[in-house]
Design a protein around this ligand. Structure first.
Ligand SMILES: [Zn+2]
Length: 305
């Protein structure tokens, strides 16, 4: 009863906050067809992050101009969290599970938003994780550490699993992110009996393939959907609607291996622009769906109309 009350309270206060400050984020799911797939983007709410996380080492003038253009001049900014749900004739596949209820009060809204959209989470058959950060993984368990989707199969990149399970996670992350390791291990422990390790080229179902996009984390993966000019669910390879595209060489605080993340961004941007594939970005403005165009010596994100 206690946990239910707490959850109800959190949902209610978040709803009040959202209604006052962010009416556009409490949006209905964004659904479209891609090839043989039905794709739906559902919001998990948003994160509130220090603006200083956004490429602190970048040249001051360019950085300030860009943050002004992004409307991010305050101490903190809101980062949307867009979860992709893919329906095939046999499967309902979730890419990442959101924050759950132990990360930030503004996030962890996935299950409520799915229910509001008439989607039964018990019907989810497969879950693919792009990486092990809280806003992507911690929604796997409820407040009692039980799996939210106990019948689903889970897919995690081998390198990602090894990183969070191993010594490097405890030694290699800044002290303020020590909780990320505890949380990743808690959620990994819950999925352990149902998880399959994945690597580049693996197909989860026909036409849904894993691509390696490391750097944001050691084993970060993206998901490629066949059909038309292609679609890539890019996780956190491209996190900011301006910085990631105009200045792919800038280094956001959240990237574990900054130089590798830069190389991955450049490779992914080149591919998206060349192939004219669709992109779904987890932290891009909701629903995070769009395409990438070349602009000057870099790129720009064009949100789908
Ligand atoms: Zn993220």
């Amino acid at each position: 009863m206690l946990t239910l009350d707490r959850r109800t309270f959190l949902a209610a206060s978040a709803a009040t906050f959202a209604a006052r400050a962010l009416p556009a984020v409490a949006a209905a799911p964004h659904a479209f067809k891609h090839g043989s797939f039905d794709v739906t983007v559902v919001s998990d709410g948003h994160l509130v992050l220090p603006t200083s996380f956004l490429a602190p080492g970048a040249p001051t003038l360019e950085r300030e101009t860009l943050l002004k253009a992004a409307g991010q001049t305050g101490e903190q900014y809101n980062s949307p969290t867009n979860i992709t749900l893919i329906r095939t004739s046999n499967d309902l596949i979730l890419i990442d599970m959101g924050s759950g209820d132990r990360f930030m009060p503004t996030a962890g809204k996935l299950w409520d938003n799915l229910r509001a959209a008439g989607i039964d989470k018990a019907k989810i058959t497969k879950v693919v994780f792009t990486h092990g950060h809280p806003d992507h993984l911690w929604g796997a368990v409820d407040e009692l550490d039980d799996l939210v989707t106990p019948d689903a199969a889970f897919y995690v990149g081998t390198a990602e699993w090894d990183f969070w399970s191993g010594e490097n996670a405890t030694r290699g992350l800044p002290a303020e992110r020590a909780g990320f390791v505890t949380g990743a291990r808690r959620n990994y422990a819950a999925i352990k009996g149902r998880v399959k390790m994945i690597k580049a080229g693996d197909e989860i179902v026909s036409g849904l393939r894993i691509i390696e996009t490391p750097g944001h984390t050691q084993g970060h993966v993206s998901i490629e959907l066949a059909g038309g000019d292609g679609l890539i669910v890019g996780g956190d390879a491209l996190t900011h609607p301006l910085i990631s595209f105009q200045y792919p060489d800038w280094k956001p605080i959240a990237d574990h291996v900054p130089d590798q993340a830069i190389a991955t961004r450049r490779r992914l941007l080149d591919r998206l622009a060349t192939d004219r594939s669709k992109l779904i970005g987890f932290h891009l403005p909701y629903p995070g769906v769009g395409t990438v165009e070349r602009k000057d010596a870099a790129y720009r994100f064009v949100a789908a109309a």
